[in-house]
Design a protein around this ligand. Structure first.
Ligand SMILES: Cc1ncc(COP(=O)(O)O)c(C=O)c1O
Length: 355
C-alpha cells in the first residue's frame, strides 16, 4: 500500500547542482544505507554521471558491482576481515583505511589491489588516525605492495552544518597540516560542507543528502538551495469515518474532535517507517492540501482530519506523507528527528518504485 516513488530526474538535477557548487572537484555520490532509502542500484544507475560511489559496507559495493555499476566504489569504513578484504579486491573497491588493524589486513592482499584513502581524525573523534599519527600510517601504507598509487587523504567534518564553526576551521587546519605538500587526492566535504565550507571542497566532494534533494541545515529545506526532493512517500485512504464533537481518536485517545469531524484513515504507520514521534502535530497532503493528523500514528495506520475537504474524502484517495509540497525536513523537525533518519528508515514493507 505504502510506496516511495523516486524521481530520477530530481536525482540528476541535484547532482548537477552539486557539480555547479563544486566546480573542479570530482563527486563521490554517497549511496550507503540503500541510497538513503531510495534504492541502491536504481539510484546508482540514475547517477551514472557521478565520478565514484561511496558505500559504508563491502556488501553494498558488491550489490552495485553485481548490477553492473562500473565506476570506482569507495568503502567508507573499509574492511574488517580477510573475507571482506578479498571481496574488496575481487570487486575492485577503493578502501578507506582508518586503523592499524586495517593496515595489517592489507598485508595479505595481492600487489596493487587497492586505491587507498587514509582517514585522518581531525576532530570528529570517531574513525581515523590522529593527525599526529598520520605520517607514520601513511608511510606504513605506502610500503605495502597491496596499495596502488599514492596514499590519498580523507577526513570528515563534525560541525559543517554550523556556519562559521570554529570546530570546522580547526579541523581544516589540522587536515591541511597533516597533508600539506603530499601527493595524492584529498576529500573532506559532505553535503553541509558543500553548502557552507568552500575551503573543504578539495579534489573530491562526498554528498549524500543533497543528492536526495534534502537540506542538512536546521530550519532549511532542499528548495532553499535549488534542490528537488527525489522521494515521494505516499499511501491511500482505506476508511472514512464521521465522528461527533468530543470523540477521541486513536491510542490513548490523544486527540479530541472539537467539531463534527471527517476522519480519513490512511494505510501507513510506524511499521512503514513513518515516525510515531511526530505526535499529533504533523500534516500530510491530500488533494494537494496540507491536512493535520488526528491522534497518534499507529503501526499500520494514521488518522487525518479531513473535515475541510470538499467534496468529502473517499476511500482510495492518495495521501502524501512527504515529497514535493511537503518536505521531509519539515516532517523530521516535527518528529524531533533529522531527514536522514526518516529517509533511511523506510521499512521493507514500503515498495520503492521508479528510480
Ligand atoms: C564519511 C562520509 N562522507 C560523506 C557522507 C555524506 O554525508 P551527507 O549525507 O551529509 O552529505 C557521509 C554520511 O554520513 C559519511 O559518513
Amino acid at each position: 500500500m505504502a510506496s516511495a516513488t523516486i524521481d530520477t530526474s530530481a536525482l540528476r538535477h541535484n547532482l548537477s547542482l552539486v557539480r555547479a557548487r563544486a566546480q573542479g572537484s570530482r563527486v563521490m555520490a554517497v549511496v550507503k544505507a540503500n541510497a538513503y532509502g531510495h534504492g541502491l542500484v536504481p539510484v546508482a544507475r540514475a547517477l551514472a554521471e557521478a565520478d565514484a560511489f561511496a558505500v559504508a559496507r563491502v556488501e553494498e559495493g558488491v550489490a552495485l558491482r553485481r548490477a553492473g555499476i562500473a565506476q570506482p566504489i569507495v568503502v567508507l569504513e573499509g574492511v574488517f576481515d580477510a573475507d571482506q578484504r578479498d571481496a574488496a579486491a575481487e570487486f575492485r573497491f577503493d578502501l578507506v583505511v582508518h586503523s592499524a588493524e586495517q593496515i595489517d589486513l592489507l598485508r595479505g592482499a595481492a600487489p596493487a589491489s587497492f586505491k587507498v584513502w587514509l582517514k585522518i581524525d581531525t576532530g570528529m573523534n570517531r574513525l581515523g588516525f590522529e593527525a599526529g599519527d598520520a605520517a607514520a600510517a601513511r608511510a606504513a601504507l605506502g610500503a605495502l605492495d597491496a596499495v596502488r598509487g599514492p596514499v590519498h587523504s580523507f577526513t570528515h567534518l563534525a560541525s559543517a552544518d554550523e556556519p562559521g564553526s570554529t570546530a570546522t576551521a580547526a579541523q581544516l587546519a589540522r587536515f591541511e597540516a597533516a597533508t600539506r605538500g603530499l601527493p595524492g587526492e584529498r576529500s573532506i566535504a559532505n553535503s553541509a560542507a558543500l553548502l557552507n565550507v568552500p575551503a573543504a571542497r578539495a579534489d573530491w566532494v562526498r554528498p549524500g543528502l543533497l543528492l536526495y534533494g534534502a537540506s542538512p541545515m536546521r530550519g532549511a529545506v532542499g528548495a532553499d538551495h535549488g534542490l528537488r526532493p527525489a522521494m515521494t512517500l505516499r499511501s491511500q485512504v482505506i476508511a472514512v469515518k464521521q465522528i461527533a464533537p468530543g470523540a477521541r481518536v486513536g491510542y490513548g485517545g490523544a486527540w479530541t474532535a472539537r467539531r463534527a469531524t471527517t476522519l480519513a484513515i490512511a494505510a501507513i504507520g510506524y511499521g512503514d517507517g513513518y515516525p510515531r514521534s511526530v505526535g499529533t502535530d504533523a500534516a500530510v497532503r491530500l488533494r494537494g492540501r496540507r491536512l493535520p493528523l488526528a491522534g497518534r500514528v499507529s503501526m499500520d495506520m494514521l488518522a487525518i482530519d479531513a473535515t475541510d475537504l470538499e467534496p468529502v474524502v473517499r476511500v482510495g484517495e492518495p495521501v502524501v506523507l512527504w515529497g514535493p509540497g511537503l518536505p521531509v525536513e519539515v516532517v523530521a523537525a516535527t518528529a524531533g528527528a533529522i531527514p536522514y533518519e526518516l529517509l533511511c528508515g523506510i521499512s521493507q514493507r514500503v515498495a520503492v518504485e521508479g528510480g
